[in-house]
Every structure is written in structure tokens, then in C-alpha cells.
Design a protein around this ligand. Structure first.
Ligand SMILES: *Cc1c(COP(=O)(O)O)cnc(C)c1O
Length: 373
């Protein structure tokens, strides 16, 4: 069976090293904020561009703590997109801020720069922060977003949960904004075996704020300096992430090769394929998302052949009960959510698997006798 993401395959690829890492933690007797978290933070910072990494409990809380550390508070407006996992928006709402949904670019399916510019023109200085999402591992246009945000005095927190290792002009995502949030949920390009996340920033003051916020506001043990909370990465997850980090680039290379094979074989079929972000952008294909108006029929036809494709995300956040914005229409976003289908794309997918998926897609199109399945 072929599936969109396969965390068990990722474990099996590194099983002896993962088990040794877990044993090392068990025997150390230190299970929270010890040597493994410190070492992982250092190694991840080096992997990025030498800033500060703070391990936290998950990607959602990484966004929340980054916003708070950047000074965003209750009542502030935060711009983001609606074709994302609900987590991006719950982080904004957890701190009492208000999400402002910005339309996406039709081809790239990430935040549209003209739409963000229009939003700044309307909201002015009340728009205090922007959270671009590097969806499916495709970098959002950070140079343009940073230029706009700087001009309007807003801070930028990158949602890097799907884009560990992606680059724009040779510079990694997460190194562009004021801070970035990473998730290590098991299916992510860098995945733990449980929950985990991190805030990354080049700003030492912001890093220090996150350090306090993630553990009760303590600078000195048992003495809260600010109102903090508990959001910590644990030693076992950090030790596992240290095993996997050195393989991240190879895994991303494999994802790009899978994507290239899909694109070559699916070219000419009546569906939209992912568009690259230009010569200077290196996406990391957390997902390989095709688009067709007959998405549900294609998904069912593939399921009948034991190929399980995901729909990320079927309901845009502004249409979800908890986050509905009455009267808001985002036609490009809504169309993307109605049409996307994510094909199996992770390092354990072989060339033969890709061939099997593309021939199943071809069959599905033919069987229907309808060029649009
Ligand atoms: C996974 C994900 C998150 C949330 O991460 P968790 O670790 O599950 O809290 C946030 N944003 C995006 C885009 C994600 O894919």
C-alpha cells in the first residue's frame, strides 16, 4: 500500500540509531531540558544559519511563543493564509490576536504578495504581524513579504512546519523572518516519534523571551520573571531528532527526485502540477500536490488500487466552524482546497512506486472515458 506520508518507514530506515538514542536518554536519568535538547538546538542552529533554536512541545506552540516573544498580544491583527492546517490560526487565537486571511497566489498556492499589499493598505499599522506558510515545502516569497512588512512596521513569523531545509537564493526558510516555527510531528520532513517543535531566530532578545516563555517565565529556577507556560521539547524526542537531522538533506533530495519523476510522467494529462518557484528557489516537497476539479473521483479511483492520497486541506480555515469569517470570500484559496490531491511523496517512495501511481492515474482517466476524471 502506498500512502501520502509514512513515519514508520522513516523510523525503520534509522531504527538501530533511534533505539540507541532512546537507550542513551533512558540511562542518562535526565528526561527534560538536558544535554540532548541542548545539542539538538545547537545542531539545528548550525543547519539553519547560526542563530538560536529553542526546542518546544510542538509546532503550534512554536508559532504561539514566537508571536508572543515578538510582542504580539491580545487584540493585534495577524495576517496569514486560509489554506493551511488549522494550527497556524489556532496559534494566533491562543494569544487573543485576530487572524486576517490573505488570498494566495494561484500557481504557487502560498501567500500572494499583491493581496498582502492590499491588506496593509486597508489595515495599516493595525496589522502587527504576518505568518507566511511554506505550504507543501514550497517557500513563500520571503524577500517581497519582508519588504512589505518592514515598510509597515510588522513582524514576520515564518511557518516552516512543512519546509525544513527549503531555500530561497541559497538561504534557508526560517532565516528570513523575525522568527520561524518548526514542527517535528512524525510526518514532517524532519519528524520525531511523538510531538516536538522549535522556534528559530537570529535575534538574541527574541530567543531569550522564548526561552523564558517555554518554562513558566523562569530565568532562574523557581522564579518567574514573566508570565510563561510549559512548552518543552523532551530529551527522547531531541535525541531522535539528532539521529534524523543529518539525513534531512538527503531525504529532501529524494523528495525532489520523486517530484521530478511525477512531473515528467504526468505532463500533458488534464491536471495541474506543482509549479517550481523559479531557478533560485529549492522546495522540499513535503507534499506533491496535483490539482483537478474531479479530485474526489480521482482519489477514490486511486484508493481502489491501494494508493492512499491525502487532501491537504479540504476546508479552508475561514470556512471552519471555529474560525469562520462571515462574508469573507477567498476564491483562489477555496478553489485550491476543492482541487488539491497529495500523491505519495516521502523518501521511502521508490521510482517503481511513482510509476505505479502515475499509471493508476492514467488508467483512472481512461476508464472514465472523460478527460477530466
Ligand atoms: C504541522 C503543522 C503545524 C503544526 O505543528 P504541530 O507540531 O502539529 O503543532 C503548523 N503549521 C503547518 C503548516 C503544519 O503543517
Amino acid at each position: 500500500m502506498l500512502i501520502t506520508a509514512d513515519p514508520q518507514a522513516d523510523y525503520l530506515a534509522h531504527a538501530p540509531a533511534v533505539r540507541a538514542a532512546i537507550d542513551r536518554v533512558l540511562e542518562s536519568g535526565i528526561y527534560i531540558l538536558g544535554a540532548e535538547v541542548a545539542a539538538f538546538e545547537k545542531e539545528f542552529s548550525e543547519y539553519q544559519d547560526g542563530g538560536y533554536t529553542l526546542g518546544v512541545a510542538n509546532g503550534t506552540e512554536a508559532l504561539e511563543l514566537a508571536l508572543r516573544a515578538a510582542g504580539i498580544a491580545a487584540g493585534d491583527r495577524v495576517a496569514t493564509v486560509a489554506n493551511t492546517v488549522t494550527a497556524t490560526v489556532s496559534a494566533i487565537q491562543q494569544i487573543g490576536a485576530h487572524p486576517v486571511f490573505v488570498e494566495i497566489d494561484e500557481d504557487m498556492m502560498v501567500m500572494s504578495v499583491p493581496a498582502l499589499a492590499a491588506r496593509f493598505a486597508r489595515d495599516g499599522a493595525s496589522l502587527r504581524a504576518v505568518i507566511p506558510v511554506h505550504l507543501y515545502g514550497q517557500p513563500a516569497p520571503m524577500p517581497e513579504i519582508m519588504e512589505l512588512a518592514r515598510r509597515h512596521g510588522a513582524c514576520v513569523i515564518e511557518d516552516c512546519a512543512q519546509a525544513h531545509g527549503a531555500t530561497i537564493g541559497g538561504r534557508r526558510v526560517g532565516a528570513w523572518g523575525d522568527a520561524a516555527a518548526f514542527s517535528f510531528y512524525p510526518t514532517k520532513n524532519l519528524g520525531a516519534i511523538g510531538d516536538g517543535g522549535a522556534v528559530y531566530t537570529r535575534d538574541p532578545a527574541l530567543a531569550e523571551q522564548v526561552r523564558l516563555l517555554r518554562q513558566y517565565g523562569w530565568r532562574t529556577r523557581y522564579v518567574a520573571e514573566i508570565a510563561g507556560r510549559n512548552s518543552r521539547l523532551d530529551e527522547i524526542q531531541a535525541a531522535i531528532l539528532r539521529v534524523k537531522l543529518p539525513h534531512l538533506d538527503a531525504g529532501n533530495d529524494r523528495r525532489r527526485a520523486i517530484a521530478a519523476r511525477y512531473s515528467a510522467q504526468l505532463a500533458g494529462l488534464p491536471m495541474r502540477l506543482p509549479v517550481g518557484g523559479g531557478a533560485t528557489t529549492a522546495p522540499v516537497f513535503h507534499q506533491y500536490a496535483v490539482r483537478t476539479p474531479r479530485r474526489d473521483a480521482l482519489q477514490a479511483a486511486l484508493r481502489a488500487r491501494d494508493i492512499l492520497c491525502g487532501v491537504l486541506y479540504p476546508v479552508p480555515v475561514h470556512h471552519q466552524p471555529a474560525h469562520a469569517v462571515p462574508g469573507l470570500s477567498l476564491p483562489v484559496t477555496e478553489r485550491a482546497c476543492a482541487e488539491v490531491l497529495c500523491l505519495p511523496c516521502h523518501p521511502a517512495v521508490s521510482d517503481e512506486d511513482v510509476d505505479q501511481v502515475t499509471s493508476a492515474i492514467r488508467d483512472a482517466l481512461n476508464e472514465k472515458g472523460d478527460a477530466h476524471v
